[in-house]
Design a protein around this ligand. Structure first.
Ligand code: DGL
Length: 268
């Protein structure tokens, strides 16, 4: 596997939209000097309602072209939907390390006291065999309840563009899990979509104080730090975001990106 010796070679962080910012925040804590390009396939958003074939083609095509253009040292797919479908394929075509984001069922299984875990993801994620495998491997003695909450993707996108969160939408998402048989016993919820930690406070109010949320962002940041350990980092210029569709007119989004150290928005 190729290892970058160029200290300005970036980490390329990829999501369908702003969800990957929840992962970027954790990467910043461990690797503050790492140059980052944040890539959002907003022209393809939402991924959660697309077919496996559509997602696999988009993700591997875009990451192939972005890698050719920007020569990153590592790619992180900061998206559960894309990772559970296309991680293997992307690893096959790129010659650099590729870190994925998969539902945090393993830690959730160690945290639950009631033995009932909820999982909120996109429609595409919750039906993946990858998730079945994680359940079999790490939570076979637990009760895992899965629900799709595509409206939370939209709510997180809207929040980052300065719009207030509609609490009824959050309450509905919580009720999807709570309303399932055994749902009242849920004490741990896997946020299996990178958009959802951006709504963790609101979800906390909807589920109540006894529920703990688990997601993969910290683990991903640790994995990236370990894979790049010993490498030099030096920014050649400010970090920036790439969007597959022009969003240049949204000043609130630009400010949210700037708070994450992404100082301009380019179109790819
Ligand atoms: N952020 C993505 C994930 O983690 C999905 C959002 C979408 O539906 O595009 O699954």
């Amino acid at each position: 596997m190729a290892v970058s010796s160029d200290p300005s070679s970036p980490i390329l962080l990829f999501d369908s939209g702003v969800g990957g910012l929840s992962v970027l925040a954790e990467i910043r804590k461990l690797l503050p000097d790492a140059p980052v390009i944040y890539a959002a396939d907003n022209a393809g958003l939402p991924y959660g309602t697309k077919s496996e074939a559509q997602i696999a083609a988009r993700v591997s095509g875009l990451l192939g072209r972005m890698t050719e253009r920007f020569a990153p040292r590592l790619v992180c797919i900061a998206c559960n939907t894309a990772s559970t479908i296309a991680l293997g394929m992307v690893r096959d075509v790129l010659e650099i390390p590729v870190v994925g984001t998969v539902p945090a069922i393993k830690p959730a299984a160690t945290f639950t006291r009631t033995g009932t875990i909820g999982l909120l993801g996109t429609e595409a994620t919750i039906r993946q065999a990858y998730v079945d495998r994680l359940e079999r491997e790490f939570a076979s003695d637990k009760h895992l309840l899965r629900a799709a909450a595509p409206e939370l993707v939209e709510a997180a996108e809207s929040l980052l563009r300065g719009n207030p969160v509609n609490r009824a939408i959050i309450a509905d998402a919580a009720q999807k899990l709570r309303g399932m048989p055994g749902g009242e016993k849920i004490d741990t919820v896997v946020l299996a979509c990178t958009h959802f930690p951006l709504l963790e406070n609101e979800l906390g109010e909807a589920f109540g104080a006894d529920v703990r949320f688990v997601h993969g962002a910290q683990g991903i940041a640790r994995r990236i730090a370990s894979l790049t350990s010993g490498q030099m980092f030096e920014r050649a210029g400010p970090d920036f975001a790439l969007f597959t569709r022009d969003e240049a007119s949204c000043g609130t989004l630009a400010s949210a990106l700037a708070r994450n150290g992404l100082m301009r928005m380019d179109v790819f």
